[in-house]
Write a protein that binds this ligand. Structure first.
Ligand code: PLP
Length: 393
């Protein structure tokens, strides 16, 4: 099928939930992707910050092939080795003691919210409220749109799930003021991705940790976008000098297969006990085999060092562009999660980049989001900068 045919078919039969660009992809290799008309693009979006290892990474292809020849799915009423080994790997690589596996970011956050509530109820005193940040993004299910600190995601879906309060991001006093006798947890992103690549200084998180400890609240980090090497360390919290009690992951954990995870430290780790939560597909044999391969690549092949080096190269190049393009207001981010704030909406720049063969994204209306694979090369970074230079003119 041609791109036009695929687009027409999709627009006819799919619910019109997404503002899609007219791009139908059929193949990817490393940082490059091909559309159905065989036009080639540089993928500096990693398909919504998911394909952190690029397309067709040999270790991922191998893991999928090997697992497909063994068993794809094992019921969660039974055991399978990839699931056990991925959980072990996640625990051994983080602050956590146990893992709940699911299929998406929103589901991982649902698990975190349920854990917080169950913990609150188990303690007595009826604490169930979760404080989140304005401008945050935590997913599209009913509970996670309530957790998301942006009114626009809730419009039309009222009544909104109760039990959430919001506080300004990067403002510990605001969180303190939002605490009520019913508060049990604080859920924040180490860096707001959808909110415009906004990252507070580590002091904010250290103060937040202290506040949570003083008020006996759980500190929960949504690392669905920032985790899995995206910010230059396996998890972004490693750069903040604090560890959370709960962390959620998805996106890059599966390198393109759908998997999410909720990690919890003892003594919370066993709060979601038998029968209290579950998922048919959660952590199945295929997705866990891939998740394990992702972890092994991230920990073993210099990918994190490349992320840091290429993040610096891309940021430096963008700062140089800022000196000649008054359209650029700010360049910010960590590792290869980079935002370029413009003085006007970014949509037209994204469109011009696409026409010139570079896929990027715009979030929070005016912020170009650049998130190439962590395996991106220096030549590809330079090529993207050259396209951006023209697109900004
Ligand atoms: N949390 C954050 C920080 C995200 O960036 C996203 C997705 O963009 C989600 C949660 C929701 O993840 P999913 O779309 O996999 O449900």
């Amino acid at each position: 099928m041609t791109s036009a045919e695929i687009i027409a078919l999709a627009d006819r039969y799919l619910c019109p939930t997404y503002a899609r660009a007219p791009l139908a992809l059929v193949r990817g290799q490393g940082t490059r992707v091909w559309d159905a008309d065989d036009k080639i693009y540089l993928d500096f979006f990693s398909s919504t910050v998911v394909t952190n290892l690029g397309h067709q990474h040999p270790a991922i292809v191998r893991a999928i092939e090997t697992q497909a020849h063994q068993i794809l799915h094992v019921s969660n009423l039974h055991y399978c080795e990839p699931q056990a080994r991925l959980a072990e790997k996640l625990v051994q690589s983080s602050f956590a003691d146990r893992v709940f596996l699911c299929n998406s970011g929103a589901e991982a956050n649902e698990a975190a919210i349920k854990l917080a509530r169950k913990y609150g109820h188990a303690q007595g005193g009826g604490r169930y409220e979760v404080i989140t940040a304005y401008n945050s993004f935590h997913g599209r299910t009913l509970a996670t749109i309530a957790a998301t600190g942006q009114e626009k995601v809730r419009v039309g879906f009222e009544p909104v799930q109760q039990g959430f309060r919001y506080a300004a991001y990067d403002d510990v006093d605001a969180v303190e003021q939002a605490i009520s006798p019913r508060t049990i947890a604080v859920l924040v992103e180490p860096l707001q991705g959808e909110g415009g690549i906004v990252g507070p200084a580590p002091e904010y998180f250290q103060a937040l940790r202290g506040l949570c400890d003083r008020h006996d609240l759980l500190l929960m980090f949504d690392e669905i976008q920032t985790g899995m090497g995206r910010c230059g360390t396996l998890f972004a919290y490693e750069q903040l000098g604090v560890a959370p009690d709960v962390m959620t992951l998805a996106k890059g954990l599966g390198a393109g297969v759908p998997i999410g995870a909720m990690l919890a430290a003892a003594p919370l780790a066993s709060v979601l006990d038998k029968g209290s939560h579950g998922s048919t597909f959660g952590g199945n044999a295929l997705t866990c085999a891939v998740g394990l391969a992702v972890m092994e690549v991230l920990q073993g092949e210099g990918v994190l060092a490349n992320c840091v080096a290429m993040g610096e190269r891309l940021s430096a190049g963008l700062r140089a562009l800022a000196t000649k393009h008054p359209l650029i207001k700010a360049v910010r981010g960590r590792g290869l999660l980079i935002g370029v704030e413009l003085t006007q909406p970014g949509g037209p720049v994204v469109d011009r980049c696409l026409a010139a063969g570079l896929i990027i994204n715009c979030t929070a209306n005016t912020v170009l989001r650049l998130t190439p694979p962590l395996t991106v090369s220096a030549a590809e970074v330079d090529e993207a900068l050259a396209i951006l230079d023209k697109a900004l003119t």
